[in-house]
Design a protein around this ligand. Sequence first.
Ligand SMILES: [Zn+2]
Length: 188
Amino acid sequence: MKYIIYILLSFNLTTFTISAEETRQVDKHEHGVGELNIAVEGSTIEFEFMIPGADIVGFEYVAKSDDDIAKINQALKTFDDYTNIFTLPSNSLCELNGQKVALKEEDEHDDHDEHDDQDEHAEENHNEFYAKYSFECGNINAIKEVNFPYFATFTNSGELEVQFISNMGSTSFEVEGDEPSINTDGKI
Ligand SMILES: [Zn+2]
């Protein structure tokens, strides 16, 4: 069994327990479509991204060359500063209090149980970037929009499919680089 995760954890930040999303199969994604779940509860807001490697570094095979490994590590560092990915209004007084960034690669062993064909599998390899950020906000109702520098940061990026949940209900958004923000006014 081969299952590799590169993880960068920021020190002094709490980590998260494993959620259902984290254990899902990474080959269920669609290239060009990143997923984002935003959950608001009380004064807390959480962002959870699951984005195909193709949208971030342009490939999903297992990085072996120095160049490819450098690309992966640079991307993980970029995710490590959430302001490269999204920004919140400063008057919402949100402070980051937890984050996790990882590259998730699919489990090759499971595939080989069904199709013992390495060449075929190599062409179909998938991985995705996972990033989760949690904030405690002094004035969460001031989050009337969320902006996504993500699209400018990663030039291979496609759209983001956003699921937004608060005690007001749930909403979905499709965000693209030509209008990289969502309007959450009245939704928190
Ligand atoms: Zn893929």
